[in-house]
Design a protein around this ligand. Structure first.
Ligand SMILES: CC(=O)N[C@H]1[C@@H](OP(=O)(O)OP(=O)(O)OC[C@H]2O[C@@H](n3ccc(=O)[nH]c3=O)[C@H](O)[C@@H]2O)O[C@H](CO)[C@@H](O)[C@@H]1O
Ligand SMILES: C=C(OP(=O)(O)O)C(=O)O
Length: 429
């Protein structure tokens, strides 16, 4: 099993190209199930989750070809992949595939819309909470689907096709919003989704669906209106930059000090988190090449944050921000409101000397003057990278075990950090 070894102490200086967003690429790839034509996606990141989803889609009959080269040092390094689901050969998404990745459950929307039936295993993904699927079930039922649970599978059917309706989510869900948009695109009549997720990835999916011939308005706001169409065509769409990768490297620079341009990304994707980073002492400016993040001198100030759906502070940056706060000049509080079990990095950060106490969904972090390298264990995707960030300033050597979590969401992490002066290497085996 691969590990990452970090020798702390170097400031980060240089340029980091930001990849296409994992959390946009996944629903966009799934949208290829909605048409028998070719959907071409540009700027697709090279990640374990993307490869896994390619396998899952292949099981349903989606062929793919890759074109375009990967340039190591430029923001446009992502691949162009052409996905074609000429016919759907299987409407079952089996446990062996779906259990590895949360987003794979989302195939339920397009399968139901196009084939009027789907049998999809209950999902896996990061173990950060119970992560139920009740909102998907209720939403699809509102569009006329009948849904049963059978031996760990959701069995959904819509005889005669889905029918548009008005549905208000009782709670904001990114995944359920993606699924409702995809399903309603091929439903009869109009669907109005209230209390929809407003994440940029939702708007990106809607833009792609509209390029395929869908009629969607309001994505990116909490009310989305979809006029169903009878068929969707192929399209070409560029995956938007990864805001969580952007935020992660911005936190890393705030942690180590230095001056880094995050190439190919911009501040609109991440305003609340960047404000918090600014409050902590980083200087952040939009430039024509991307986002410039600096911290030259001065300490890290303590900042309280509360995670919230977009445009709030993203839960996917909570662990990284906590790593930063372990070195602040005071006491900060971080409250996690999205997932009930997303503090598994706390005990690993403590191995490096962090002082963190937990009370329910709130962590109290008392900044310490130094962290000391140690072996630590990655527990989920974002928790893993928080340990890398801490390792960048820890004295001596930090070894992060179970790196496969990192590979789900961070493309060429050690290369990108290494190019800016960090001592980070992958130890294989
Ligand atoms: C691949 C992807 O894009 N993953 C992101 C997506 O996950 P994901 O789409 O799984 O997250 P959701 O927005 O659905 O989850 C938000 C909250 O709603 C709850 N919920 C969700 C569905 C449901 O049927 N019932 C229910 O109670 C969840 O348990 C959680 O407490 O959004 C999360 C919140 O920004 C991010 O952390 C993930 O990185
Ligand atoms: C939680 C995440 O992913 P997933 O929803 O796929 O588990 C994440 O991207 O941080």
């Amino acid at each position: 099993m691969d590990r990452i070894r970090i020798r702390g102490g170097n400031a980060l200086n240089g340029t980091i190209p930001i990849s296409g967003a994992k959390n946009a690429a996944l629903p966009l790839m799934i949208a290829s199930l909605l048409t028998d034509d070719t959907l071409t996606l540009e700027n697709v990141p090279h990640l374990a989750d993307v490869e896994q989803l390619i396998r899952i889609l292949g099981n349903h009959g989606v062929d793919y070809t890759v074109s375009g080269k990967r340039l190591a040092t430029h923001a446009t390094s992502g691949r162009t992949i052409h996905f074609t689901a000429r016919t759907i050969v299987d409407t079952t998404a089996p446990y062996e595939l779906v259990s590895k990745m949360r987003a794979s459950f989302w195939v339920i929307g397009p399968l139901l819309a196009r084939c009027h039936k789907a049998r999809v295993s209950l999902p896996g993904g990061c173990a950060i909470g119970t992560r139920p699927v009740d909102l998907f079930i209720e939403g699809l039922q509102a569009l006329g689907a009948t849904i049963d649970i059978d031996a760990g599978y959701i069995v959904a059917e819509a005889k005669g096709g889905l029918v548009g309706n008005r549905y208000t989510f009782p709670k904001v869900s990114v995944g359920a919003t993606h699924v409702m948009m995809m399903a309603a695109s091929l439903a009869k009549g109009q669907t109005v989704i209230e209390n929809a997720a407003r994440e940029p990835e939702v708007a990106d999916l809607a833009a792609c669906l509209n390029a395929m011939g869908a009629k969607i308005w309001g994505a990116g706001t909490s009310t989305i209106t979809i006029d169903g169409v009878t068929a969707l065509s192929g399209a070409r769409h560029r995956v938007l930059p990864d805001r969580i990768e952007t935020g992660t490297y911005a936190v890393a620079v705030a942690m180590t000090g230095g001056d880094v341009t995050l190439e190919g990304t911009h501040s609109d994707l991440l305003q609340t988190a960047l404000t918090a980073l600014g409050d902590a002492g980083a200087e952040i400016t939009d430039t024509p090449n991307g986002l410039r993040v600096r911290r030259n001198g001065g300490g890290i100030r303590p900042v309280d944050v509360v995670t919230d759906p977009f445009p709030g502070f993203p839960t996917d940056l909570q662990a990284q921000f906590m790593a930063l706060m372990t070195r602040s000049d005071g006491v900060s509080h971080i409250t996690e409101t999205i997932f009930e079990n997303r503090f598994m990095h706390v005990q690993e950060l403590a191995r490096l000397g962090a002082k963190i106490s937990l009370s329910g969904q709130m962590a109290r972090i008392e900044g310490v003057p130094r962290l000391v390298g140690a072996p630590v264990m990655a527990t989920d995707l974002r928790a893993s990278v928080s340990l890398v960030i801490a390792g960048l300033v820890a004295d001596g050597e930090t070894v992060v075990n179970r790196v496969y979590h990192l590979d789900r969401g961070f493309e060429r992490l050690e290369e990108k950090l290494g190019a800016c002066g960090a001592e980070v290497e992958r130890i294989s085996g």
